[in-house]
Design a protein around this ligand. Structure first.
Ligand code: 5AD
Ligand code: SF4
Length: 478
């Protein structure tokens, strides 16, 4: 086995304790010795999981670019491979392990190849143990709290270290000014906070992403202003629970409602945000969202279950009734809103009755889309210790199927309501299925296909909707 330098290993128990209560703000910088390390070298990056990971990958690309590496879209040509991983469900992890395995021959062909594993999987003890034992082709393991250490770890490898593990477990650090290479020139991710303090009983994220910590308002506001100047048309504010933004500030009183209100004043065309937690979504925030204008009438509001018993077991800390009240208020104040959600089926203890309550809630809310999942036990979380022999694989799949049928009706209905209307569509690119067709989104986040010239990419144009399908709308530019 090759020699490993272990700077620090993940520890989910320490992570749970949240030793570090105050936020530490740092500015990223690299000295001159880093700038040419990647000269004539190529990197390939895999990004799995959520938008937070996409935003992190854009920072990793920014740092590598700063070190003179260039990106390749062909993994076989890479000198450095970065795998930004997701741990949310077991199948997400299986996919990553499968891919690391497939990369083994590349290392045999090119012993100088450096493979970096980062993202949420690196924060799990079992994953790091498995990598160290079974995946000799991995050179660097770095956690979610210190992606900014990647340049230094690469340097150490060039200096002769064979393998480095550096995963922190109780950090409250916010690092500003990391260079970013954005995938899009039109729509940008803007993380407003990191981590999560919810500890829903099924969820690994509070362990992998650490303590909830908010960026300072002025840094977010300045970033959005700068994006506007650079020509961006849309920002999506990111956080595991954006509604808890600012709760960790000690000496200032400023929350998500304040942030939305301030961003509303900037003349960037479109503002979206994700993900919301019903527990922290208060009336002031609904009012701020209802300002409208550049704040888009689209909301992803994960409910997870429609049964109070299951919600309690999930430690969601709201009831079905409270959720429905919130939906009522949102619909009253933002009549045109499109609501989507996340739902888990097969949570231990979920009976047919509980599941029927979920179906009932889906009907009541009239979601226009949903991500649906079968419960996946994650080691180290309280729910992983629960078991339910009554929920067989077959029953879980049956429930998922039934739920999806209902959800799919919602997708279609949600699209049908735009038939024959005129929509403002931000054209983001060319349709994947047809090179002659442009694709973009209306304010509600519906995918719209429209014939038109490529020069329209990046513009908001008026489109008459001529056809509505389950997954997209068709229209004509007017
Ligand atoms: N099993 C299944 N689904 C999960 N999610 C989070 N953790 C799990 C798990 N252990 C789902 C939730 C969450 C979405 C991002 O993933 O619905 O909102
Ligand atoms: Fe996956 Fe959650 Fe980590 Fe995002 S925060 S990468 S969804 S585990």
């Amino acid at each position: 086995m090759k020699k490993t330098t272990i700077i620090s290993l993940p520890n989910q128990k320490t992570e749970r304790k949240r030793i570090n209560k105050t936020n530490i703000f740092e500015e990223f910088s690299l000295d001159d010795s880093f700038f040419t390390l990647g000269k004539d070298k190529l990197y390939y990056i895999y990004t799995y999981g959520c938008q937070e990971n996409e935003a992190d990958s854009e920072k990793i690309m920014g740092m590598l670019n700063h070190m003179s590496y260039k990106r390749t879209m062909d993994v076989e040509k890479a000198d450095v491979i970065v795998m930004n991983t997701c741990a949310i469900r077991k199948n997400a992890e299986d996919k990553v392990f499968g891919e690391i395995g497939r990369l083994k021959p590349l290392k045999r062909r090119n012993p100088n190849l450096i493979t970096i594993i980062c993202g949420c999987m690196s924060q799990e003890e079992v994953v790091v143990e498995t990598i160290l034992k079974k995946y000799q082709n991995v050179d660097i393991v770095v956690g979610t709290h210190n992606i900014h250490d990647i340049p230094l770890m690469l340097k150490r490898i060039y200096e002769g270290h064979t393998r480095i593990v550096n995963v922190l477990s109780h950090e409250g650090t916010i690092v500003e000014s990391i260079p970013v290479i954005r995938e899009s020139k039109i729509a940008a991710w803007v993380p407003i906070m990191y981590g999560c303090d919810e500890f829903c009983s099924y969820c690994i994220v509070p362990y992998t992403r650490g303590k909830e910590r908010s960026r300072l308002p002025e840094n977010i506001i300045n970033e959005v202003k700068k994006l506007k100047e650079e020509g961006y048309k849309q920002v999506t504010l990111l956080g595991q629970n954006v509604n808890a933004y600012g709760k960790d500030f000690i000496d200032i009183k400023y929350d998500f409602a304040d942030l939305l209100t301030d961003l509303h004043k900037i003349d960037i065309e479109r503002i979206r945000f994700t993900t919301s937690n019903p527990k922290d979504f208060d009336s002031r925030q609904v009012d701020a969202m209802a300002l409208g204008g550049n704040i888009m009438p689209q909301l992803h509001l994960p409910v997870q279950s429609g049964s109070n018993k299951v919600l309690r077991a999930m430690a969601r800390r709201y009831t079905k009734e409270k959720y429905l009240d919130l939906v009522k208020e949102i619909k009253a104040k933002i009549p045109n809103v499109s609501l989507t959600t996340d739902i888990i089926v097969g949570f231990p203890g979920e009976t047919d009755e509980d599941f029927n309550e979920t179906l009932d809630l889906v009907k009541k809310v009239e979601y226009e889309g949903a991500f649906t999942f079968i419960f996946s036990p994650r080691e180290g979380t309280p729910a992983a210790k629960l078991s339910d022999p009554l929920i067989t694989d077959e029953i879980a799949h049956e429930r998922l199927y039934k739920l999806n049928e209902l959800v799919n009706e919602g997708y279609l209905k949600g699209n049908m309501r735009f038939l024959n209307t005129i929509q403002d569509v931000l054209i983001e690119g060319i349709s994947k299925n047809n090179p002659d067709v442009l694709m973009g989104y209306n304010p509600n986040g519906k995918l719209v296909n429209v014939k038109g010239d490529k020069s329209l990419i990046g513009q908001i144009i008026k489109v008459k909707i001529t056809d509505a399908k389950s997954w997209s709308l068709d229209g004509e530019a007017i």
